[in-house]
Design a protein around this ligand. Structure first.
Ligand SMILES: Cc1cc2nc3c(=O)[nH]c(=O)nc-3n(C[C@H](O)[C@H](O)[C@H](O)COP(=O)(O)OP(=O)(O)OC[C@H]3O[C@@H](n4cnc5c(N)ncnc54)[C@H](O)[C@@H]3O)c2cc1C
Length: 481
C-alpha cells in the first residue's frame, strides 16, 4: 500500500519531444451540464478518465526551469508528478503532490490555477495550459480510492504537546507535520465540526465534504485530538492553554464579514455570506443551534461582492431554487479577484452580473421584509492602494434590483474579539496577527500564527504554505526547549 513515509525519489526523465508535445491536443474532464447541476449540490467537474489524464499529463514539456513549480505557493514538483502520471504511475504521482501538500485533492479543485501553476505553464503561452489542478485531483483521488495516501508518523513520541487553535488548512498543515514528527497535538475548533472554511464555507459543488472527513481521519490515525464546539477565549482560557502546552499555533482564519453600513440592512433577510452558505450546504446537525433555521425558498436573491465567496453564494442561491440571482460588484470583471472558472460556472448557471454598481439602501415592505436593493452606478477612477482602479459614484444614477433575500459577501477580517482574548498579541490596524514571515512566530514566546489570520482573507494553498513554515519553526522551538 503506498504511503508517504519516505519522500518519493525523483523520477529519471529522458529528454522529451517538445515540438510534438506542444502540438498535442488538450483535454479537460467532463462536467455536469449547467441545467442539470443547478438541480443538485454535487461537484460540477468529474474526475479525469485515467487514459485521458495520461494524455493530458504528456502535454507537459518538462521544462527544467519549471515556472509552474515556482508559482505554486507550496512548490509542488509538478513536472515530476506529471511524468509519473503519463507513465501510468498514478500513486507515485500522488505521492509527489503529497510531499509538499496536506490537501492536494482540495488544492487541485480550489486553487486559482490560472494565476498560479497553470498561469505560468509554458505550454499555455500558445494553447490551453496543462490541466495541472485537475490532474492533481485525479492522481490523489485515484490513490485514495486504491487504499493509499495516508500519512504515517516518521518519528517516535517526543513528549512535547502543541495546541492548535482552528482546524482550517493552516491548522491542518501544522497538525499533520508536527504529529508526524512525534509531537502530541490537540486542535481546538469553535464550530461543531472540524475543517474551517473547507467545511463551513466552500460549497459541496466545488469540493465534497468526504475529502475533509478523510483528512481528519488521517489526523486521528496520527493521534491528533480535535476538540470541537470549543472556542478558545470562551470555552477554554487562553492563559491556561499557553500554560498547559509547550507551543501554540493560532490559525483562526478571517471569518468576520463586513457590514454594508446602509439603511435597511438590519432586515432579517439580509444575511452574511457565511450564515447563508453554511445553512445552504450543511446538515443542520453540524451547525450551532442558533443557525439551524431553514433559509426558505427565496425567489430573487442579490449577492454583493466580487471574490470566491460571492461566487459561491450566487451559485448556492441558484441551487436553493432562486430564479433571479444577481451579483452586484462595484468594479468590473477585470478587477475581480476570485477564480475565473467559478465566474464562468456562475455565468453558465444563469447568474446575472451587475458590474459597476454599489448598494446604497435595502428597501423594505410594510412587514419589514426585503423588497429590493437600491444601487448606484459607479465609474472607475485612479488606482487605490491595492493597485486597482477606485470606484466612484456616478451622480443621479440610482436604480433598484428586486430581491427577497440579500447576501453580503464583502471584506472578511479577523474577528475583533481575538484582541480581547490575547490583548498582548501584536496585531496590525486591520486586526491581523503580526507574525515573523519566515517562522510565523508572534511576539508571544512559543506562540505562532498563520493562514488568513495573518494574511487576511486569502487562499487554501497560502494557508498551507504558512502551516509548513510554522511547523518547521515550532519543531525547532520544541527541540530547543
Ligand atoms: C466561502 C468561501 C469560499 C472560498 N473559496 C476558496 C477557493 O475556492 N479557493 C481557495 O483557495 N480559497 C478559498 N477560500 C479561502 C480559503 O478557504 C481560506 O483562505 C482558508 O480556509 C484559510 O485557512 P485558515 O486555516 O487560515 O482559516 P479557516 O479555514 O478560516 O479556519 C479557521 C478556523 O478557526 C476556527 N476558530 C476561529 N476562532 C476560534 C477560536 N477562538 N477558538 C477555536 N476555533 C476558532 C474557525 O471556526 C475556523 O474553523 C474561500 C473562503 C470562503 C469564506
Amino acid at each position: 500500500m503506498p504511503d508517504t513515509t519516505d519522500p518519493p525519489a525523483k523520477p529519471v526523465r529522458p529528454a522529451v519531444d517538445r515540438k510534438a508535445r506542444l502540438a498535442a491536443p488538450s483535454h479537460r474532464p467532463t462536467k455536469q451540464k449547467p441545467e442539470t447541476r443547478v438541480l443538485n449540490w454535487d461537484e460540477v467537474s468529474n474526475l479525469f478518465e485515467p487514459g485521458i489524464a495520461m494524455q493530458e499529463a504528456a502535454r507537459c514539456i518538462q521544462c527544467p526551469a519549471a515556472p509552474c513549480q515556482k508559482a505554486c505557493p507550496v512548490h509542488n514538483d509538478i513536472p515530476a508528478a506529471l511524468w509519473l502520471l503519463e507513465n501510468s504511475d498514478f500513486s507515485g504521482a500522488a505521492d509527489i503532490f503529497r510531499q509538499t501538500s496536506e490537501l492536494p485533492e482540495m488544492c487541485g479543485r480550489l486553487c486559482p490555477q490560472e494565476r498560479l501553476c497553470e498561469g505560468h505553464c509554458v505550454v499555455g503561452k500558445n494553447a490551453l495550459p496543462v490541466a495541472i489542478g485537475k490532474l492533481e485531483t485525479f492522481t490523489t483521488e485515484w490513490q485514495r480510492a486504491h487504499g493509499g495516501g495516508t500519512p504515517v508518523a516518521t518519528e517516535p513520541p517526543s513528549g512535547k504537546r502543541v495546541a492548535i487553535v482552528g482546524t482550517g488548512p493552516a491548522g491542518i498543515a501544522v497538525a499533520e507535520r508536527l504529529a508526524r514528527k512525534g509531537h502530541a497535538i490537540v486542535m481546538f475548533e469553535a464550530w461543531p465540526r472540524s475543517g474551517g472554511v473547507l467545511r463551513y464555507g466552500i460549497p459541496t459543488f466545488k469540493q465534497n465534504k468526504a475529502a475533509v472527513d478523510r483528512k481528519f481521519d488521517d489526523l486521528a490515525a496520527l493521534g491528533v485530538e480535535v476538540r470541537t464546539s470549543t472556542r478558545v477565549g470562551q470555552d477554554v482560557d487562553w492563559s491556561a492553554l499557553v500554560g498547559e502546552f509547550d507551543a501554540v499555533f493560532v490559525g483562526i482564519g478571517a471569518q468576520a464579514g463586513t457590514s454594508l453600513g446602509i439603511p435597511g440592512e438590519e432586515a432579517e433577510q439580509v444575511l452574511t455570506a457565511t450564515n447563508f452558505l453554511v445553512r445552504c450546504n450543511l446538515d443542520p446537525a453540524d451547525l450551532p443551534e442558533a443557525m439551524r433555521d431553514p433559509l426558505g425558498s427565496p425567489r430573487r436573491v442579490v449577492v454583493i461582492g466580487g471574490g470566491d465567496t460571492s461566487m459561491d453564494c450566487v451559485r448556492s442561491a441558484r441551487r436553493l431554487g432562486a430564479e433571479d440571482v444577481t451579483l452586484v460588484y462595484r468594479r468590473t470583471a477585470a478587477e475581480m479577484q476570485g477564480r475565473v472558472e467559478e465566474r464562468t460556472h456562475a455565468d453558465e448557471e444563469g447568474v446575472h452580473f451587475e458590474y459597476l454598481a454599489a448598494p446604497i439602501a435595502v428597501l423594505r415592505g410594510d412587514a419589514g421584509e426585503v423588497r429590493a436593493l437600491r444601487c448606484q452606478r459607479m465609474a472607475l477612477g485612479e488606482p487605490d492602494d491595492t493597485g486597482r482602479r477606485r470606484p466612484q459614484a456616478v451622480p443621479d444614477s440610482e436604480f433598484d434590483i428586486a430581491a427577497d433575500m440579500i447576501v453580503v459577501a464583502i471584506g472578511y477580517n479577523v474577528e475583533e474579539e481575538w484582541g480581547e482574548v490575547t490583548p498582548d498579541m501584536v496585531r496590525d490596524r486591520w486586526a491581523r496577527i503580526v507574525a515573523d514571515p519566515d517562522t510565523l512566530a508572534t511576539n508571544l514566546p512559543g506562540v505562532f500564527a498563520g493562514g488568513d489570520d495573518v494574511n487576511g482573507a486569502d487562499l487554501v494553498v497560502t494557508a498551507l504554505a504558512d502551516g509548513h513554515r510554522a511547523a518547521e519553526a515550532i519543531h525547532s522551538y520544541l527541540l530547543a526547549q
